[in-house]
Design a protein around this ligand. Structure first.
Ligand SMILES: O=C(O)CCC(=O)C(=O)O
Ligand SMILES: [Fe+2]
Length: 200
């Protein structure tokens, strides 16, 4: 693990998880996804390119009715518990006394991306959003609280952790593209991103 990088209020911990910790995490995520399979969120503009699932009390659902945090997977089951290894990351970097209530799982296949957006549907904005990258590299764009203005981009690698708190808590961010096949962590390539959030 190297020194944290601070950019536009975002705090990036390069190589926070070593390879063994990443492998362990992927095994735990397999258990999560066996209970709560990945689904394709739909918006009024069509399906998203990432597939999603979640662990914890809440997951994030998007369908033609709009988007919301929900205690149930689209197939009706409650979400599995957040793995202890994931909670440990939150405890190490979040500087937040509350426990995460949601661990969103985003899966990026070849060509998947996530447009610039703000994570603003959580009630307690004193808690950061903590993001964990696994698998292929992703080009993460960091913007501003308001729309527009200069942005900065960084390639997030497997094992990197990003804390979006303080001045960056409501900042725009997104993933422009991934380097499909750049990591050997996941057997069929792709990128997994976990975001830990306090929702209520
Ligand atoms: O995949 C990432 O690195 C960011 C994901 C994200 O911004 C989100 O899930 O809200
Ligand atoms: Fe986000």
């Amino acid at each position: 693990m190297s020194e944290p990088i601070r950019q536009k209020g975002f705090v990036i911990h390069p190589g926070f998880l070593d390879r063994a910790a990443q492998v362990k995490l992927v095994a735990r995520l397999r258990e999560v996804l066996a209970i709560a399979p990945l689904f394709t969120p739909r918006t009024r503009r069509g399906p998203m390119s990432v597939r999603m699932s979640a662990a914890g009390k809440y997951g994030w659902i998007s369908d033609t009715r709009g988007y919301r945090y929900d205690t149930q997977h689209p197939d009706g089951m409650t979400w599995p518990a957040i793995p202890d290894e994931v909670t440990a990351i939150w405890e190490a970097v979040s500087d937040c006394p509350r426990a995460p209530e949601c661990c969103l799982v985003n899966w990026y296949g070849e060509g998947a991306r996530m447009g610039l957006h703000r994570d603003e549907d959580e009630a307690d904005l004193t808690c950061p959003v903590v993001s964990v990258s696994l698998g292929d590299e992703g080009l993460f764009r960091m913007g501003n609280v308001e729309r527009g203005g200069r942005t900065k981009s960084i390639w997030l690698k497997s094992g990197d952790v990003v804390v979006m708190g303080g001045a960056a808590r409501l900042a725009h961010h997104g993933v422009d593209r991934i380097r499909f096949g750049s990591s050997t962590l996941l057997p069929n390539s792709g990128r997994i991103n976990l975001t830990l959030r306090v929702v209520t």
